[in-house]
Design a protein around this ligand. Structure first.
Ligand SMILES: [Zn+2]
Length: 104
């Protein structure tokens, strides 16, 4: 969260931030409530003070190295629906990144 906040403040270029949109993947290990709490404790005194925090929870996505398809699957069932390969590589789902900010 500290890095996200720093990135957001830098991106705002001195403007006051009205809202931040953050993408969080289910495999990132980030707990949304903890993220909000961290934001609320860190934002005061920065350009993001009083800003709204929008959290977008993404779904895990896998790419199959055998047939190349991209698929979503519940955690724990990493099997390609195209060819049945269990060698799928995580393509998304462990991210925590700043998607956008709104400034005033
Ligand atoms: Zn496949």
């Amino acid at each position: 969260m500290e890095t996200l906040l720093r990135d957001a403040v830098a991106a705002a270029g001195g403007e006051k931030i009205r809202a931040l949109k953050v993408r969080v993947g289910p495999l990132s290990g980030v707990v949304v409530d903890a993220l909000r709490f961290a934001f609320e404790s860190m934002a005061p005194g920065t350009a993001a003070e009083g800003a709204r925090l929008d959290v977008v929870e993404t779904r895990p996505e896998f790419r199959c190295p055998d047939c190349g398809c991209l698929y979503e699957t519940p955690v724990g069932a990493y099997r390609c629906p195209g060819c049945g390969s269990a060698r799928g590589e995580l393509a998304a789902g462990n991210e925590m990144e700043l998607e956008s900010i709104e400034v005033q």
